[in-house]
Structures are given as C-alpha cells and as structure tokens.
Design a protein around this ligand. Structure first.
Ligand SMILES: Cc1cc2nc3c(=O)[nH]c(=O)nc-3n(C[C@H](O)[C@H](O)[C@H](O)COP(=O)(O)O)c2cc1C
Length: 323
C-alpha cells in the first residue's frame, strides 16, 4: 500500500483527493470518492447558502472523511460560508484564491485541517507562514480557476519551499502514470478534478459530461469572460479554464467591449445549459477522458495503477539492486 503523509494523516487507502468543484462536486461525488479510499470534497460557490452547506454536511457526516472547498475572495463578502462550513465538522477545509491568513486560525481552533491551493512561490510562502496543513500546487493545466504556472515547474518550486508540510499536486492528472510520477517527485498525493466530471455522481449535466468526453486536450481556454460577465469579484490573478466555445471565441480578449452593452449578458442568461454559450469548466486533462466511469472505478484505477507502476518502475530502473 502507498504510504504518504496524506494517507497517514487522513486514514486513506489511496493518496487521492477529489478536488472541490463548485456546482459539480457535491455530496454524492464526495461520498463515492471517500468510500473508494480517497478523500472526497465539495466545492462551495460564492453564492451558496449556509443551508446548502448544512445539507451537504448532513449527507456526508456518516460517510467517512470529507472536505469542503471555500474561495477566499468570496469569504470577504460572505464570512457566513466559513461559519457554516465549520459547523458541519469537515476533516479538511480548502481556502483558495486569495490570502488565507485571516481564516486559518479559526479552522484550527475547531480542529479542522486547512489546505491551500498555491500558484507561485509568493503564495506558497504566504500559505506556509499562515499555517496551512497541506499545500496544493495547482498548475495552470487545471480545470476551473487557476494561475499561470504549469504543474511540473510549480510542484518543483513548492516542494523546494514546503519543508515538512505535505504537498499535493493538482492540474492535468487523469492517469495512474501521472499519479505515480508525481508521488515519485515527492508529492504526498494528488488533487483531481476534471477526471471526475464525467461520472454519474457528478452534478454536471449529461450533455456537459458528453462534451467533456468529446473534448480534446487543445479545446480549453483560460479566460475571464464568464467572471466579468457575471460581475463576480474574482481577483485578476485567477482566470477560469473552460471548454472553448462560440461565446469565448467571440468575447475572450474583448471583455471591455462585452460589457459595454447588456447584450452579451442577456444572451448568456437566456442560453444557460446551451454550451455554445454557457461554460463547462474543465482542464487540459479532458483530452484523456474517453468514457463515463464511476468515481469508485476512477479512484481504484488511479490508486492501484500507481502502486503497480511504481513497483514495476523500481524493478526496471534498478535491476541490479537487491529486492
Ligand atoms: C468544474 C470545476 C469547478 C471547480 N471549482 C472549484 C471550487 O469551487 N473551488 C476550488 O478551490 N477549486 C475549484 N476547482 C479547481 C479544482 O479544485 C482543482 O484544482 C482542479 O480541478 C485540478 O485540476 P484538474 O481539473 O486538471 O484535475 C474547480 C475545477 C473544476 C474543473
């Protein structure tokens, strides 16, 4: 069995975290991932209600360890989201996309560990000083909102800075080979989002799941279009990686023009669920997703597959060493 700080600290069979994905990863997906031996997380969007968090908590509490993912920029306007999250006693809270310093102590005081997604050396330093229990090196390949540095250089930088704090890798991970490679580099685990979108347990619509399966690795775009359109207070440093479509082809790079009249916004609002206009957030790993699979199947495949690969590679690379 793979043994890392992540499997030890959270009592996991596999060092795999189901990433928080607002609107996509809710209790059903998180429960399925935890039941299969990983750690499932629920993404809390900026407009979520405390009642939603309470309901998710009720469904998750008896099912083993679980996490809740909060966005720091949203907490500035919605501190009630953290209050509600702490009430349901998650194993882990993630605080991403902003300075987590004001919030970590409160989580620790309630016995909740904190993960922080980081995107460069400055954010890594900030998260370490603030007392993060787990750093998540989120590369730009990732689906949803992310930074601009790719997973490979970012993970090397974060591992160099992290000292004894465990580091998970995120962004572009969708095969056992990737899990094995990142563990070999020194990651304590992997934080996987896109690979779980096309599962029956995800909240993505069946049409959205079909688009994820059909998409290639070159079909995503990192864009501010949807955040500007919805007037969300996302910091400039984080754009969202989504499947490119007619709408992004029209407005990406022309956000100021888009906002000059209400036309684009009205068009968007009247076409929700039409994915030539509406968004499907997904990472470059979409190119590796070829069919719908259950979350349990994916966790077992990634985890057991990585175990096999690591053992085999050690034997192949060191044929002369005693076993
Ligand atoms: C549909 C979608 C929604 C996401 N929503 C959130 C979120 O609410 N909070 C968060 O911290 N990260 C969010 N993320 C980022 C993930 O937590 C994670 O970093 C990312 O999915 C990892 O890269 P991958 O998609 O290549 O696996 C989202 C990602 C996706 C694909």
């Amino acid at each position: 069995m793979i043994n890392t700080p992540l499997t030890r600290d959270y009592h996991l069979r596999f060092p795999i975290i189901g990433a928080p994905m607002a609107g996509v990863a809710e209790a059903e997906l998180a429960l399925a991932i935890t039941k299969a031996g990983g750690l499932g997380m629920v993404g809390i969007g900026s407009s979520a209600s405390p009642a939603f968090i309470e309901k998710q908590g009720e469904r998750l509490t008896a099912g083993g360890p679980f996490g809740l993912g909060l966005m720091v920029w949203a907490l500035k306007q919605r501190p009630d989201l953290l209050d509600a999250a702490l009430e349901v006693k998650p194993t882990l809270i993630s605080l991403s996309f902003g300075d987590p310093t004001p919030y970590i102590e409160r989580c620790h005081a309630r016995g909740v560990r904190v993960a922080v997604q980081v995107h460069d050396r400055t954010e890594t330093h900030q998260a370490l000083v603030a007392g993060a229990d787990l750093l998540v090196a989120q590369g730009t390949e990732a689906g949803g909102h992310t930074g601009t540095v790719a997973t490979l250089p970012l993970l090397q930088l974060v591992l160099r800075q992290a000292g004894s704090t465990p580091v998970a890798a995120a962004g572009g991970i969708a095969t056992p080979q990737a899990v094995a490679g990142l563990l070999a580099m020194g990651a304590a685990g992997v934080w996987v989002g896109t690979a779980f979108i096309a599962t029956p347990e995800s909240r993505q619509s069946s049409e959205g799941r079909a688009q994820v399966i059909a998409a290639r690795e070159t079909d995503t775009i990192l864009t501010h279009v949807y955040d500007r359109l919805q007037q969300l207070a996302w910091p400039d440093a984080y754009a969202g990686r989504a499947l490119a479509n007619e709408f992004t082809r029209t407005w990406h790079g022309r956000e100021a023009d888009m906002l000059e009249t209400s036309e684009a916004r009205e068009h968007f609002l009247s076409h929700r669920g039409d994915y030539s206009v509406d968004y499907i957030y997904a990472g470059q790993a979409v190119g590796l997703i070829e069919e719908e699979r259950t979350a349990a199947d994916i966790v077992a495949w990634l985890g057991s597959g990585a175990e096999e690969i690591l053992k085999r590679r050690c034997r192949d690379l060191f044929p002369l060493d005693p076993a």
